[in-house]
Design a protein around this ligand. Sequence first.
Ligand code: FE2
Length: 426
Amino acid sequence: MQMILQVRYSDIEKGLSEEQLGTLRKTGVLIVKGGVPKEEALAWKQSIQDYIAANQDKVTGKRSHFDGVLVSNHASYPGSPLPPSTIVFYELYNTKAQVLARTHPALIATQKYLLSLWHTSDPNSLISLRTPVSYFDRLRIRPPGPSVFTLGPHIDGGSIERWEDPAFRACFEHILEGGEAWRKFDPFDVSPRLAANQDLYNASNQCSIFRPWQGWTALSNTGPGEGTLRVLPMLSLTTAYLILRPFFRLRSDFAAGATKPSDIPLDADAWVLDLDNPTFPGSQPGKTQAVTAQTHPHLRVEKSVMSIPRVEPGDQVYWHTDVVHAVESDHTGKGDSSVLYIPAVPLTERNAAYLRDQRATFLQGLPSPDFPGGEGESRFVGRCSLEDIASPDGRRVLGFEPFGEKTFLNDGEREVIAAANEILGF
Ligand SMILES: [Fe+2]
């Protein structure tokens, strides 16, 4: 089995094969090649570079994950802005290229398809899984060179909340039943996710909306070792282990000798059930869930977290919200390693309210609502305006056209589309 599924955009258009779907449901990771022509993606990058040059006295960003608030909604770190020449992560949301990418027909169609792979176990769930909406995130243009940041294996969308929040915990109820019941866990059932609170501690820079697929679109030809994404492509297995991990511990007679990860014995005999242990390995309130060789030894992250295959400009990469992922610390390639962070997000009531607020920040050239404020790009030359987006589908994912389904998949979809149109003022 191919661990990281790569398909052509034409495969998305005609629908993936059962075999491909089987792989995707197991691994939770997908690369879609060829939906956006390479030349178009490279032109996007050039236009971003021109925009940065034209506004260089005002551009802000961060050199690394640890410099400040950054990286596609990861947890925040204190820091200060840097000179434009050293920026890797740009505080840019409203460039023409980003908005053109977010509204590109191939991205919309791919996201529609990927969202439809989720399902509702409750027909009254207030969600439309065939209606993608746009989520404005930032972008990365990372030059080659020595390591500027390290982003170890983690899962976004809260940490301790997976156990602490009753609704979030309910998403994993089969796993928590014990025994063989974990096999009934369905990572693509959207219904219990809608009520989950992934942010009990008001973590700054958290993604506040429901985002079933994280993702980015490549603006460069980037292979393993060139600062790309790393993933652990075993969705249900990893989730089952992660959720049960707080309830077992290393036997005390082994614990003393296990000072480094390679010393930790993995045999079942070396571990005991401990339901009273108050420790939740890798979970820190207000941070993403860390997954390390120390905290989750049986996942063997040093071996199982792998770099994704080479991508070309225009390729889209998506990973399920529960997938453990990391970013390569080194970039030993020759060219830049550049992406636009663009996830696949469905229409829900909460996402519609976010879309309404994001529509306003877009028109004003401000950072989108989840991100650090300030004047953003409001005084920048050449930022995107609504007139740049011609297609009705494109304007709809941005919240400028009503959602107009005439027939509905279920009652929940009917209700959420009506509610969303009202929230957006249509
Ligand atoms: Fe992440």
